[in-house]
Design a protein around this ligand. Sequence first.
Ligand SMILES: [Zn+2]
Ligand SMILES: [Zn+2]
Length: 227
Amino acid sequence: MVYTDNCPVLNDIEWRDNCQFPVIRDGETPSNWKNQIWNQLVNYRNNNKLTDYNKRYLIARKMESTEGFSYRMAVKVNIAICYSCNQFVYVDKRVGYELYHNYKMEEHWRTNCTGNKNCDICFKEYMELKQKPEVESDIYTRLAIYRYELRIENLINRVKHIRETAKKIRAVKIIQQKWIEIMYKPDGLKAKELAEHYKLLWAVREEMRQRAGTLDFISLSFLKKSW
Ligand SMILES: [Zn+2]
Ligand SMILES: [Zn+2]
C-alpha cells in the first residue's frame, strides 16, 4: 500500500473552498468559524478533497492588510483544528515548518490528542513496515510510521498515567486506613508523620480531581488490553 499526501485533483470550486476553509472572518470567534465550516470540511475530508496542507489539520488564517498591498492577505494565526480529535490546538505559527510537518501538531499528537485518525496505518501494517529497511520506504511511508509512533507514545503515556493514578488511589486508601487507626490508637504515629500523611493525602486528592477528566475511551480500552 502507498501512503501518500499528494494533492488530489480538484476543480475550481474545490480549490476555492480549500483556500476559504482556514479563514476566520472579521468578528467571528474560533468556535463560530469551526461551526461555520464544519459540515463542509468533514465532507471534503471524507471525499479526499483537501489539499495536502489542509489534510490532517487546519491552521486558521485571518485577513490582514499589509503595507504596499491594496488587498488583504490571509495570514496564519495560532489556532488549528486537529482532524484526529476535532479539537482546537494552539500552534505557534513561528515554529511550523509547513506542509507535511508542523512541530506543534506533532507535539499535540504525541501528548494530548485523544483521536487516532492521524495514523494512516494499523498495528499490523506498522509492524510489517518496521521490518523492512528504512531506505525502501518513501517519505510518505516514513511519515506514516512516524505519526503512528507519536500515537503509540501518546497511548503509553496515558496508560502509565492511569497506572500511576491507580497507585495513588491505593495510596489514598492506605492513608485513610492509617488515619482511622490513629483515631483509635492515638499513640500509633507521631504528630509530625501524621501531618505529612495528611499533606500527601490532600496533594493526591487534588491531582486526582484535576486529572479525572483526562481518561478517554481509547486509553481505557487500550488499558484493558495491556493491563
Ligand atoms: Zn500539493
Ligand atoms: Zn488531536
